[in-house]
Design a protein around this ligand. Structure first.
Ligand SMILES: [Zn+2]
Ligand SMILES: [Zn+2]
Length: 132
């Protein structure tokens, strides 16, 4: 997060951030809207969308670029991997694993100025895999 005077932490943004940090489900903008609306009944969907985009640009939250149909957001700003269930679409977190560090390795190999990476695992979540 930079020290940009242009960006103000409005009460709306604070609520959005709090709600997003409370869950690890990587909710869509519509889901976040439903969560936020319980605390700010008069907020509009457009306001939630705009704030999510701005906060993602600022690096306060992450916007997931997963193959799913809807954009999902993440209150956990640090780099980590994601795994998406092929059955129900649920998205989980995977901590960075050493030796699987794509960023460091690719930076050396590609000769590009790499600013980040997107990596997505796919599979079946415990509920969909059916246990045993
Ligand atoms: Zn699933
Ligand atoms: Zn995540």
């Amino acid at each position: 997060m930079g020290t940009d005077d242009q960006f103000r932490m409005t009460p709306q943004r604070e609520v959005i951030l709090e709600e997003l940090e409370r869950v690890d489900s990587h909710p869509t903008a519509d889901e976040i809207y439903e969560m936020v609306r319980e605390r700010l009944p008069r907020i509009s969907l457009g306001t939630v969308y705009r704030n999510l985009e701005t906060m993602a640009e600022r690096g306060m939250i992450r916007k997931l670029e997963v193959a799913g149909r809807k954009k999902r957001f993440d209150g956990r700003a640090g780099e980590h991997y994601h795994v998406r269930c092929l059955e129900c679409g649920r998205v989980g977190d995977i901590d960075r694993v050493r030796g699987l560090d794509a960023l460091t390795r690719c930076r050396k190999l590609a000769g590009y100025q790499i600013k980040g990476y997107r990596l997505e695992f796919v599979g079946y979540c415990p509920a969909c895999a059916g246990g045993s």
